[in-house]
Design a protein around this ligand. Structure first.
Ligand code: OAD
Ligand code: ZN
Length: 248
């Protein structure tokens, strides 16, 4: 079947790179952005805009506290079978890197070592003046205690979650690294992403131009599905463990 055949490609390829999106984390209880039950059905995109943060950092942090409750509920979020499978593939020597649009940090928690976070991380907050970072947990605690907005202890600058907001440019280093990895891959796996947001959306084509085979694992069709060698419309928490099983 298709998984068996993809597993053979994984085993044969010299460089395998995965790109992941919100779809790998839905099984951990984090809603995706687009589609039914998505974040854009519950939240206003404008609240994720840098302008909103800049105009009213205190209000922005108040919204983030609500958002965090929606996302993380009452406990720690945990990696799921899809994150575990990617960490396993890397551990087995079959996966070179995971490039992710997710800011939840779950690839790292699952044990993936080479993770390129294109959109930053929710696990830290960053000072807009001096760039110093602290754990997001600490910033949230202080915001919840009424320090709105929470400020940098080194310079007094306003703290911002270390994620890319709308209206902000992507951090250079991960973007460059992701393009390099895509260009060097001979098998590129696009997993759980709608492939609608740049720069991630351009990576599958970048990989194919350099001769890579493209495999997509996603419940829905994407803009590059019909040019992919593998177009698996499957749940990532089923398909990726099956892939690991088949490659062993
Ligand atoms: P999207 O929400 O756009 O797409 C997630 C995709 O995953 C959808 O196509 C779903 O069908 C699919 N999906 C959901 N659960 C799945 C499952 N269990 N198995 C397989 N597929 C599943 O998320 P991204 O493509 O990651 O950027 O969105 C990219 C960016 O859009 C985000 O990083 C965010 C947003 O603007 C920033 O915030 C900067
Ligand atoms: Zn500072």
């Amino acid at each position: 079947d298709r998984i068996e055949s993809l597993a053979a490609e994984v085993a044969d390829a010299e460089r395998v790179v995965a790109l992941t999106g919100a779809g790998v984390s839905t099984a951990s209880g984090i809603p995706s952005f687009r589609g039914e039950g998505g974040i854009w059905e519950q939240f206003d995109q404008r609240d994720f805009h840098y302008r909103r943060f800049d105009a009213d950092p205190a209000g922005f942090w108040r919204d983030r506290i609500d958002l965090r409750e929606t996302f993380y509920g009452d406990g720690e979020i945990e990696p799921n079978a899809a994150h575990e499978a990617l960490a396993d593939l890397e551990g087995m020597g079959y996966l070179d890197a995971a490039v992710t649009q997710n800011v939840d940090g779950l690839h790292g928690v699952a044990g993936s070592e080479t993770v390129i976070e294109l959109h930053g991380t929710n696990r830290e907050a960053e000072c807009v003046e001096c760039g110093r970072r602290i754990p997001a947990e600490t910033a949230f605690e202080r915001a919840e205690d009424g320090e709105l907005p929470p400020r940098c202890e080194a310079c007094g600058g306003v703290l911002k979650p270390a994620v890319v907001l709308f209206g902000e440019s992507m951090p250079d280093e991960p973007t460059i690294r992701a393009h390099e990895l895509a260009g060097q891959s001979d098998l590129f796996l696009a997993i759980g992403s709608s492939l609608q947001v740049q720069p991630a959306a351009g990576l599958p084509a970048r990989a194919q131009r350099s001769g890579a085979t493209l495999a997509i694992v996603n419940l829905e069709e994407t803009p590059v599905s019909d040019r992919a060698e593998y177009d698996l419309r499957e749940d990532v928490t089923a398909a990726l463990p099956a892939l690991v099983e088949a490659v062993e």
